[in-house]
Design a protein around this ligand. Structure first.
Ligand code: HEM
Length: 359
């Protein structure tokens, strides 16, 4: 079993590296937009290339900067709830959880609201390629979605260069253009990775968090009565059922992990799930407890080392504000259909989740 401490140690071990283009190569993808996603982005890059691609975002995604987005994210959550509240029922995964991260990313990039549905479709189209065991037809569809997303981001960048605004994207562009360290294709694909990295991960986490709380009704009721429990509830839901079950690395030398030897040049996954249920790190790890006092500062669900999630502060705010809006508006929420959480590698899958209430 991979322990909590192993994840932090291996994520920082110089004998492990990001996979660059190894994953698309496994599926015979050696050119095109999906290939560029891996070749040009920060997630899959190493060393100085990775630092150069990540650093323009580090400040903008810091906890303090992201906190400014809180009121807007709360408003978006409330608007989504109001769009179906009077119906007394909703399919929550599609009508809330899939919408909020796409809206938040869209707002960050200053996209017109009217573009969000088609933008969301493209993002989920690309995500399919990352979920593994994918058919040749699905690869073709993911490639088409990735090309369209790349073109859309490129056009958005051109518009913003012509007409800068007071927003995140204009700031980012001014900074990278002045530094001149990223190629035009790199600029596009950092944004594409940010969009893709921040969408399905957060959609799944929003669904799972609500399902866990409603299945532990006394803890849901406690959050409804006392919103100061919200950050603890968010952290515990991420720990108990993380939306990202593992992250991948390649060994550059032979290494030993938990008594097993991994040869050099091997693509392998760190399970965040086993570390998050580690008895050495958590008291009674199999108990869902939003009042837990042993949450570590660095929750391994967001990775470890140089590639640790750049969107963690934003993700936590989305999870917190959506929970605050739901508990305030629909404390009498009923879980009619528990979503099945599927998968033990990469981004996990949830399909539908039906809720009802008396409006
Ligand atoms: C609950 C939600 C989220 C979870 C569980 C999550 C998880 C992770 C994990 C495990 C990694 C490390 C991957 C690796 O080392 O290979 C990662 C990296 C990353 N995440 Fe997230 N993430 C979430 C939300 C977000 C959001 C909201 C954004 C942006 C808007 C984002 C953008 C990224 C990016 C760009 C990287 C690559 C960072 C780098 O390579 O330096 N993520 N995320």
């Amino acid at each position: 079993m991979l322990h909590h401490a192993d994840i932090e140690r291996l994520g920082n071990d110089p004998r492990t590296a990001a996979m660059e283009t190894m994953y698309p190569a496994m599926y015979g993808v050696t050119e095109g937009a999906l290939f560029d996603f891996f070749e040009q982005g920060m997630l899959t890059a190493n060393g100085a290339v990775h630092r150069r691609r990540r650093s323009p975002f580090s400040k903008s995604f810091a906890v303090r900067t992201m906190a400014d987005l809180r009121p807007q994210i709360r408003r978006s959550s409330e608007e989504l709830i109001e769009s179906w509240y009077a119906d007394g029922q909703v399919e929550f995964a599609g009508q809330f959880a899939a919408q909020l991260p796409a809206r938040v990313t869209g707002d960050l990039l200053g996209l017109p609201r009217a573009d969000i549905p088609s933008f969301t479709k493209l993002v989920y189209g690309v995500t399919r390629f990352l979920s593994g065991s994918i058919t040749p037809d699905a690869i073709r569809e993911a490639e088409a979605a990735c090309q369209q997303l790349r073109d859309y981001v490129e056009k958005t960048l051109e518009d913003r260069r012509r007409t800068p605004r007071e927003d995140f994207l204009s700031d980012f562009l001014a900074k990278v253009d002045a530094a001149g360290e990223l190629s035009p294709l790199e600029i596009i694909f950092q944004l594409v990775q940010l969009i893709v990295g921040g969408t399905d991960t957060t959609r799944v986490a929003i669904v799972v968090q609500l399902a866990l709380l409603l299945r532990h009704r006394e803890q849901w009721d406690a959050v409804c009565r006392d919103p100061s429990l919200i950050p603890g509830a968010v952290a515990e839901a991420i720990r108990f059922e993380p939306s990202v079950a593992s992250f991948a690395r390649v060994t550059t030398e032979e290494i030993e992990v938990g008594g097993a030897v991994v040869p050099a040049g091997q693509l392998f996954s760190f399970s965040t799930m086993s570390g998050l249920r580690d008895e050495e790190a958590y008291e009674r790890p199999d108990v869902f407890n939003i009042r837990r006092t042993d949450q570590p500062r660095l929750l391994p669900a967001f990775g470890a080392g140089a590639h640790r999630c750049i969107g963690e502060a934003l993700a936590r705010i989305e999870l917190e504000e959506s929970l605050a809006a739901l508990t305030a508006r629909i404390p009498h929420l009923q879980l009619d259909q528990t979503p099945e959480i599927k998968g033990h590698g990469g981004i996990r899958r949830v399909d539908t989740m039906r809720l009802s209430w008396q409006p």
